[in-house]
Design a protein around this ligand. Sequence first.
Ligand code: HEC
Ligand code: HEC
Length: 392
Amino acid sequence: MRPWLVVLLIAGCETNAAPPPGTPPPVSSSAPTSTPAPVRDASVVDAHPSSLAGPQIYQALCAQCHGKDLKGYVADNAPSMISPTFLESATDDFLKASIATGRPGTAMAAYSNKLGGPLDDAAITRLVTYLREQGPKAKELPAVPKGDPAKGEGLYAKASCGSCHGDATIRRDSIHLANTMFLVQATDPFIKHAIVNGRPGTKMAAFGAAMSDAEINDLVAYVRTLGTGAKQAGMLPAPTGKEPLVINPKGKEPTWKLRENRFVSVDEVHKAYKAGAKMIIVDARPPSDWMRAHIRGAVSIPYHDVARLKDIPKDVAVVAYCACPHHLSGIVVDELKKLGHKKPYVLDEGVNDWHRKGYPMVAAEGVERPTEQAPGGDHGGHGHGDHSGHGH
Ligand code: HEC
Ligand code: HEC
């Protein structure tokens, strides 16, 4: 068994000054990305994520996007985990299912070990207990009378819900309501509660005063139809850890135009890839995401299990990617730098952009190419936390 390396405090995501009281003390609080660090510094501990307590699992696996303070909006507009109107409407089952299966096609991966993720059921339960402790218990919500989806469609357009939530094909910058797994996980009362009460402290306004009860029921009925036709996608076999690391071992070294000496664009990497350049492409997402679709030839070395990075030859150019599009790949690149690599880069726009452009991917059956993202979509992750606090 190889050791699990869990990075408890991750450089590159330091958007929040200090963890809130009650969070476990980080193992190390000094992790500037540029200073050379010993191969095994104190920020890395041996532990399988499933063996950790709830708060530690959260900081190791979730804080990169949902924030150390659980308020969300660190990467890819991941939502708040502690909004009271969220917690009072989210059942434990909703939370467990959201974490276990994730939201395929978004940056939210499947974390269950049954789907290739790092957590067993007991660990997911500890994580949910921890989330639960941050706010109100789930309330018993009234059933939602059946509304008229056709009227709901008009209201959805009129209230510009789609400008944030997208539609059946496009995810914009907020939770994708058309996501098949969202529609499986969310009940009508959960959806209605969010529309009526909003999520104070986020961009989600409360529509309860502006709309009648019947109109909100129509909206719920329409949201229900958004996923119609979305196929349940299959999965590729789990990575064995023995996939060859180097793409085109006999190829030439790529020469890339870099941004901030750290980021390389999807087009630059593709040009070199097509020309047969020698490189290693690391998929930094949980393996469950690799099992849905990955860049052809990419090896799965998730941000939560970076042990295999030791096997990467130091003289080969490495590109790491994720969907968010910089956070998980940034962790891998920083770890490689600590190991003494000189040429590890972050794929600037992320894997969804590569996929969208039709560049070579290996995808499970039913996984569709992401559609064009609106401006301010998953590229919006560049500005940290810029979407929080716009309460209405
Ligand atoms: C790479 C970024 C990323 C990481 C890491 C991540 N999430 Fe998420 N998460 C998201 C995004 C983005 C969404 C919204 C997806 C969508 O568009 O529907 C989300 C959605 C969720 C939801 C559903 C919330 C709702 O209101 O519907 C829960 C619960 C959740 N995440 C919990 C977690 C937990 C717990 C972890 C750690 C085990 C985690 N996430 C790790 C990005 C992330
Ligand atoms: C300005 C952007 C914006 C608009 C417009 C907007 N929302 Fe939201 N909505 C959000 C954000 C952001 C969240 C998540 C907030 C959080 O908890 O962090 C959200 C959450 C939700 C949720 C809960 C989803 C979940 O899994 O937690 C539902 C349902 C929802 N919105 C429906 C709607 C509907 C229907 C409309 C139109 C009447 C609408 N929203 C308009 C931004 C928006």
